[in-house]
Ligand binder design. Structure first.
Ligand code: SAH
Length: 330
């Protein structure tokens, strides 16, 4: 599909054929299994001031927490006990554990459970990424958020677009399976920009594409602006599946936040991953990147069972393998 066709499909008000094709491509290249990744949001401490994010540095109304490495290990053990074969460790940026501490933690989790580990901790140096990979982390998620540099600078006033793209190359070079992605429905974002985002995802040859609708947070400078719609989010998802084919695409929490059936719909138009929150309940309400995040009060096991039912409701199965890259061997 070329850029014009992508734009046309992003704008269509009759997406049935697009959705059907995305589901066909998903079945053919990815199969029926859905991977469940347990998400541990281990700290909301952040040194960045991204204007869309509820845990931005300037948001002084947020109580900050940092789980101890023991607590993170226990949360991992709990998730493994529930049946997760892969874990995602996510946090704010900077002010977190030193690379040495993370290396030790990753080594401990790997040795004890052998699960796949994905990190999502923002921008770091090549040397730090290499150490984390060496310690046994398998994957890294770092969204570029938007491929429009002008919009990027507005949204992330203390970040540099070229640095973030550089990080994605470093992650690849040191041997990570790499995930990146965007937010859909950002203020000032056009369909042309989203088309360019999708083409950049293809150029980066990503192993995973994580994205979701932008949801305005009342405690940020973007309070009150419009957010991303489910329709545009699903059309974007379908197009990513068709353009990228053998890539992992989660039905993200943000999709479930703007519509109770959002994640189910996402699984039907190309998604093949769910990332239930397994953060200890007492920390969850402090990790709100945007308001009304579901599952804040649920115990992790409830979330796991809910998602298993969701997977079965769309005629799919829960994967029994760790779900490594479909492109490269782990
Ligand atoms: N701090 C790390 C990882 C945590 S943020 C990083 O920046 O990479 C994870 C993702 O949440 C971000 O990449 C962004 O795309 C998304 N996010 C943040 N605020 C959001 C909002 N208000 N609505 C929707 N998604 C948001």
């Amino acid at each position: 599909m070329n850029r014009d066709e992508i734009i046309e499909n992003l704008m269509t008000d009759r997406p049935a054929a697009l959705f059907g094709e995305a589901d066909r491509v998903r079945r053919l290249h990815v199969g029926n299994a859905v991977h469940l990744r347990g998400l541990i949001e281990f700290s909301n401490v952040c040194g960045r001031d991204c204007i869309y994010c509820g845990i931005r540095r300037s948001n002084h109304g947020v109580a900050r927490y940092k789980m101890s490495t023991g607590e993170i290990f226990d949360a991992a053990a709990y998730a493994v006990g529930l049946g997760f074969k892969s874990l995602v460790l996510q946090s704010g940026e900077s002010g977190q554990y030193s690379t040495d501490e993370m290396v030790a933690l990753i080594g401990r989790i790997k040795q004890a459970f052998g699960v796949a580990i994905t990190l999502s901790m923002g921008e770091k140096t090549r040397v730090e990424y290499a150490a984390l990979r060496q310690a046994g982390a398998d994957r890294y998620l770092l969204r570029f958020e938007t491929s429009c540099e002008k919009l990027f600078i507005k949204l992330k006033p203390d970040s540099v677009y070229a640095d973030r793209i550089q990080c994605l190359s470093w992650l690849r070079e040191v041997g990570f399976q790499v995930g990146s992605g965007i937010m859909v429905g950002l203020p000032g974002q056009t369909e042309e920009m989203i088309a360019d985002d999708i083409l950049l995802m293809r150029e980066l040859d990503l192993d995973m594409v994580g994205f979701g609708p932008f949801i305005p947070d009342p405690n940020t400078p973007l309070k009150g602006v419009g957010g991303g719609s489910l329709g545009l989010t699903l059309r974007t998802l379908a197009l990513i599946r068709i353009v990228m084919r053998n890539v992992h695409i989660p039905a993200t929490t943000a999709m479930g936040t703007i519509d109770p059936n959002g994640r189910q719909r996402a699984l039907e138009v190309g998604a093949n991953v769910l990332m239930p929150n397994v953060t200890p309940t007492r920390y969850r309400e402090m990790y709100q990147l945007y308001p009304n995040k579901p599952g804040l009060k649920q115990a992790p096991s409830d979330t796991f069972e809910t998602l298993r039912a969701l997977v079965h409701s769309v005629g799919r199965t829960v994967a029994t393998d760790p779900g490594h890259s479909l492109k490269r061997s782990a």
